[in-house]
Design a protein around this ligand. Sequence first.
Ligand code: SF4
Length: 414
Amino acid sequence: MNTEEHAMNYYFYIENYSLFFEKEERFFVYNTYNGKWADCPASSELRTLFTPFLEGINYAVFLSDEAITAYQLWPFIEAVREGFSGDLISAGDATMAPFLFPSLLDFRLEKRKLDKKERELGQEVYSNLKEISFFLHPRIVPENGLFLPEQIFYSKEIVPVAEGWQQVYLPFLHQLTINWDGIIHIWCNCCDEKMWSSVCEVFAPIPAFKIVHTAVESMPPSLEGLLNKDTFSYEVYVTDDSEEECLNKWLQLQSETDIELLFQWLISSEKEWENASDWMERNQIEHVNLLPYYNGENRFFFEEHIYVKEKDLLFEIINKKDIFARKMFNTNYFGKLFLCPDGQLYAHPADDSLGKISEVSLPEMIHQELSEGRTWLSIRDQEPCASCRYQWICPSPSDLERALDRPNLCHLKK
Ligand code: SF4
């Protein structure tokens, strides 16, 4: 047997942590460990050759030297090898590729998403529910735009707490005491001492972890009245108009009690961004999340500073698990519900209600969102994202896209 002949046949394989896909009339290999890309034109001949990759049947194909030369595949193969995304190895006499487990991102798995068993009603449906937000204020849709939770902290006029929220929420909370270990969010703009004690009375008995979202101007609970720090944490909303004294009060409380505290700083302009960054640097505070806020007039700020550029996407490394999740469901929204004091439950506070908690059971509403909801399953499957190579590399659609009424937040495609 002639060794030269052996060198003419190869197996070309893709590591199963790499993703092979076709977009924009090109084939791409994306390495989910190191973020390296390789690509080549998607001709019909190559489509036939790479069918096992595309259909997730096998992550190895047989390639002859002739085919590699005819389809000008050497640069592509080199890029795949250099990116540690796959390899080309001699196949000797063999003419069939061995079987290599395809990536878990294969479409057969995707089709099975949320299969029948998972959609059945009953206790199992609770496993899809991860977080519930309880608003203590009525849901007020602003004139221009949609209702987003953080708006209650941006508005100059304080929205009063809704009367009777305790009576609406208490029966619902009893359903959550059994077998549910998600997170409860409590949204209250203006917590005074009376409010803190009501919050404590209603929510403390629930074993779930609780996050209180409140304005920095809210009076922090005293040491004695502090909501049990083992099951409560605080997200405190700050705007450019907030008094530094209020921030300091919270910081002092944290130093005395070691509570879990995160400042959510709403930013609507470059100037506000600088002010927040200055404060963080001056005070050496790290637990601050700068939250871009669309106020209806600052679209330019988003275009300049928030929209993603291609180099940002190439810089980031997205692992296989995250890509897989983004193909299946919206990773920002999945498993989250929002409840208003009128008893209406939402998959997203800007959407239509799923029903009233006194009239429709919680499992039924979760089931409804899993079966036909627009929120939990809203993924990048619409144009221009559907035909973009970064379709599953980009994060799931978010509130900002909704607020700005755009399908994406990037400079790549309009
Ligand atoms: S947001 Fe959409 S269009 Fe923009 S890069 Fe991501 S996938 Fe592509």
